[in-house]
Design a protein around this ligand. Structure first.
Ligand code: GKR
Ligand code: MG
Length: 441
């Protein structure tokens, strides 16, 4: 039998390289402050200004990437260590950025700086620091390649991202000052009024009430009032772990037919699992599953049905996609957490959510609580329509830094004197007898 004629396959043409090596040349970290209303939660009340840090990563390729993260003093110190460590690194190699940043924090002994006023402390320090650099690196990559960050994350599966309106109990205004534009919300009527305005102005189709402030019966009554006023809107309540297991079970049973999910009714994986065994209501968390190490015990105990991802503490957009994959694998739902933030974070959240097929719920956002003039992002790209934000289509995050606004918000930071979010301390300045309790009820 004749031996088969050997065939020679033609070597595939090697595409010409489209970019040369890119190096990080410098990093600017600018703490900023923006006005925040007196919003109540289970650890106190929001101070007059919320803090953020704006990270600008400059490269020798002419592109600068943007990131946004917490502005607490200890976190700023860690960001500076990381900034030194990434000089000369390739912004296309996020694995190497992660290794450099993790290593830069080896000797760090500072404490605090979680940006959550004590409500969430178990997240990974390295992931919290990495996050802003990961977002900035993806912004650089997108700018240099001429594609939006959502493309770099696998492609948008939705043209816009739905958000939930974030309702808070609140004082009418700062102590001694006249009422602000939102006015008081200290009972079900006030909460419904607030919701009416949010739904009218933003078109939200989901609403979340920050609880843990008043006795659970009163907060359950507020949810019932919301349900009767907005029967088609998906509702959630989040007391940030302020309830005991029996209280959580009683509220869950009372609200079973009115809530989409119940968020962190109680504290810790075991207590959450105990509540879960006694209610049909799905339980969500941004407190007891806040790092990859929390996932195996949460799955084993059956503590939660839904994880609220948050790229600010899950290590950025790429690691949040890993979380999404784990959620899919283990049959967990996925939603998105937020606390006070500016436009760079909103843009990053929108790109991530757009490129996460199994993001099953409207994402949280504090956005309506911010004065629209108080932002570091140039206006025109980010906006709400029917409760959703369209995915920016420009290269990278698709937004531009407003340098004058950055300078103004930095001046606000210097002048406001706040260096660490401290909702409890501020509450005690107004009500010296205020006590921190967990569980509160
Ligand atoms: O801003 O008061 C607040 C919130 O309570 C925030 O700090 C929480 O992290 O909104 C967050 C949550 O869902 O737990
Ligand atoms: Mg929460």
């Amino acid at each position: 039998m004749p031996s088969p004629t050997p065939t020679t396959s033609r070597p595939a043409a090697t595409p010409a390289p489209t970019r040369g090596p890119t190096r990080i040349t410098s990093v600017d970290i600018t703490p900023v402050a923006f006005a925040d209303p007196p919003l109540l939660n289970t650890v106190g009340v929001h101070e007059p200004f919320a803090l953020r840090a704006i990270v600008q990563v400059h490269t020798d390729a002419g592109a600068t990437g943007l990131g946004e993260t917490y502005g607490d003093a200890a976190h700023l110190g860690r960001l500076r260590l990381a900034a030194d460590a990434v000089l000369g690194a390739d912004p296309f190699n996020i694995n190497s950025l992660r290794a450099l940043i993790t290593h830069s924090l080896d000797g760090d002994t500072s404490r605090g700086g979680h940006g959550m006023s004590g409500m969430v402390t178990g997240s990974s320090t390295a992931d919290r620091v990495l996050s802003a650099f990961d977002v900035a690196a993806l912004d650089i990559q997108g700018r240099l390649l001429g594609v939006p960050v959502s493309d770099l994350l696998g492609g948008a599966v939705r043209p816009s991202v739905p958000f939930s309106g974030y309702l808070f109990y609140k004082w009418a205004g700062r102590p001694g000052a006249p009422a602000d534009a939102w006015g008081e919300a200290l009972d079900p009527e006030g909460v419904v009024e607030q919701a009416r305005r949010m739904v009218r102005d933003y078109g939200f189709t989901a609403l979340k009430l920050k609880g843990g402030v008043f006795p659970p019966d009163e907060e359950a009554a507020a949810i019932e009032a919301l349900h009767s006023q907005f029967p088609r809107i998906a509702l959630r309540i989040d007391p940030n772990g302020a309830w005991s297991v029996p209280t959580s079970v009683a509220v869950a049973r009372r609200l079973e037919s009115q809530l989409e999910y119940l968020e962190d009714p109680t504290t810790g994986l075991e207590a959450m699992a105990e509540v879960r065994r006694q209610t049909r209501l799905p339980l969500a968390t941004n407190m007891c599953v806040v790092s990859f190490a929390d996932i195996p015990p949460a799955i084993a105990a059956g503590s939660v049905d839904i994880v609220l991802s948050d790229h600010h503490f899950w290590g950025g957009l790429r690691r949040s996609q890993t979380l999404a994959g784990l959620a899919e694998t283990f049959g967990l739902g996925l939603s998105m957490h937020s606390n006070s933030h500016l436009g760079i974070s909103l843009a990053a959240m929108v790109h991530l959510a757009a490129a996460t097929p199994n993001l099953d719920y409207a994402c949280d956002t504090h956005w309506p609580w911010k004065d629209p003039a108080d932002d570091v992002v140039a206006p025109g790209v980010l906006g709400f329509r029917d409760g959703a934000v369209a995915v920016p289509t420009g290269p990278g995050l698709g937004i531009e830094l407003d340098h004058d606004a950055l300078e103004r918000l930095h001046r606000q930071y210097l002048d406001c004197g706040i260096r660490e979010r401290d909702d409890t301390g501020y509450m005690r300045r107004v009500h010296p007898d205020y006590e921190l309790k967990a569980p509160r009820w």
